[in-house]
Design a protein around this ligand. Structure first.
Ligand SMILES: [Zn+2]
Length: 109
């Protein structure tokens, strides 16, 4: 194999990797999943990466502005609370949970 054939194969692999990666990224963004992660999967696996993006379960919707998503420690129900709320009552099991810290790194020092 001479240099030009190796170069052509390299650019063909790069072209198909970027193509399948971009398709996977677009599908993942619409499903609220990690676009960068699915671009990598599509780039490395080609059509199998696109298939993985198609069958992946949709991600959870982002919380509204000024709120954050928390998960009940008893029943694992997901709910949105105010960003600075100290504790909250779970809508499903009625357990009063303390709010997890907004920035865990702040509590390490
Ligand atoms: Zn609960």
């Amino acid at each position: 194999m001479d240099g030009s054939a190796a170069g052509a194969i390299f650019f063909a692999v790069l072209f198909f990797g970027i193509t399948f990666g971009s398709v996977s990224l677009a599908i993942a963004e619409r499903k609220r999943r990690s676009p960068g992660g699915f671009f990598l999967v599509g780039f490395l696996l080609g059509p199998l990466g696109v298939l993985a993006a198609v069958v992946a379960a949709p991600g959870a919707p982002a919380p509204p502005p000024g709120m954050r998503a928390v998960i009940c420690r008893r029943c694992n129900a997901r709910q949105n609370i105010a960003r600075d709320q100290a504790d909250y009552e779970c809508w499903q099991c009625k357990l009063v949970n303390p709010s997890p810290p907004t920035n865990p790194a702040r509590y390490l020092t």
